[in-house]
Design a binder for this molecule. Sequence first.
Ligand code: UD1
Ligand code: CA
Length: 508
Amino acid sequence: MTHPQPVPAPDAPTVAAVVVLAAGQGTRMRSSTPKVLHTLGGRSLVGHVLAAAEPLAAGTTVVVVGSGRDQVEQHLAQVAPTALPVVQEEQLGSGHAAAVALAAVPDLAGSVLVVNGDSPLLTSRTLATLVAAHDEAGSVFTVLTAEVEDPTGLGRIVRDERGAPRAIVEERDATDEQRAIREVNAGVYVADAGTLRRVLSGLATDNAQGEQYLTDALAPLVEGGAPTAAVRADDPDDVLGCNDRVELAARRRTLNDRVLDDLMRSGVTVVDPLTTWVDVTVTVGRDAVLEPGTQLRGVTTVGDAAHVGPDTTLVDCTVAEGATVVRSHCLGAVIGPRATVGPFSYLRPGTDLARGSKVGAFVETKNVQVGEGSKVPHLSYVGDATIGTGSNIGAATVFVNYDGVAKHRTTIGDHVRVGSDTMLVAPVTVGDGAYTAAGSVITSDVPPGAMGVARAAQRNVAGWVRRRRSGTPAAEAAAAAEGRAGAPREDSSGPSRTGDDSEGQRSR
Ligand code: UD1
Ligand code: CA
């Protein structure tokens, strides 16, 4: 029914600390936004990594920041306020970054998970499997690996004759033989904190990039006879990084496929998975239908048997069971049970539609409570208002909430009938059971049961068309009608024998 973050079992594997490496520049993104802040599926790259690591229940989470660190730190304060940002002044390599992180938590003992900040498809399950394998093997350094089709650009896992991991070799430093290896380093490691501290302090920079590679931690440990391990991820997609915007789009697609697969398996109909985009933070109920072109974003909840789309975007919305939202754009709105929205509605924050209510075509709402069974069917703006139950707001009504300086509220009672083209000039109240006449500009309260009329009385200027528009089809049609009715050709009524254009046009 939902897309939950896995809940850790009581005996789930844990680590003492999580270290996220996020100081790199991400040059290939060609962006003024630091790489780890690019988003997919409703979270930043680093946000996904932190969420995946959350069930490991680490007492300490360190995020190494460097490039664009102010932006990254601000973001962390929002999404992971307990994480400790640690600055790597110069980007001297992933090994150096990990060392800087460990230096910030000198008392740390036990297992530490070190993870690249640009692997948004990592799952909690894969991390749990890695940590469990590490614990079981009594390893001091365990690397997550994956067998991929195309290993280009990634570190290769070199194993010995018995299949034990021996080294991680970066592509640029690899021999042709090593480049043929398709088992790659995921950039995710579990290590004993003390051991890692020690081995990182001895890292050299004699490689193609002149950097301190975290990957170089493995070989010396193996040579020294320490217990190490390499664990293959079940799903190679899990470990894919994100270095440019082509890869970002590919990861976004994969993540979306996962979310939609979960939804469909839990009883949601997704008519067109290719054009339906759902953030990981969204929940959708059983027998809900998502039509093509639907986007569900942020903290959005869609209830059982609700119908959303086609071509609808919901951001931070709650849609209750059995509601319908068609071809609409909704932000921060609450749509009640069996309520209907659209086509072409624009619901803005603070919109709260009660059970069975309706917002129809070309209606914009903001900061409004619409009561049970009430309707705003066509072409209206409804802002800063309370509408009671069973009321109807006629077509083209405007809740005139803004006097140019301040916003004011309108209150509509129960079973009110607001006539079409009414201007409700707030602050104003229309009482229970009251009506307003079509075309009224309502500037003062209408008591319960009254009819509010606020428009000029109609007056007809007889014969005006014949006099002022002679020779037009209108004049001919009028003459023909007069002939049929045997009406006199000369004017017998109306004040306007002199033909007052402006007055004639003002009457309605
Ligand atoms: C790294 C691995 C590679 C692995 C791949 C998986 C190294 C040397 N190589 O390659 O074996 O297959 O990830 O995606 O680690 N970072 C810092 N500070 C630095 C440098 C890097 O924080 O000074 C961070 C980056 O932000 C990034 C991570 O470390 O999150 C990895 O760095 P990156 O340059 O992306 O390494 P890759 O070339 O992708
Ligand atoms: Ca990378």
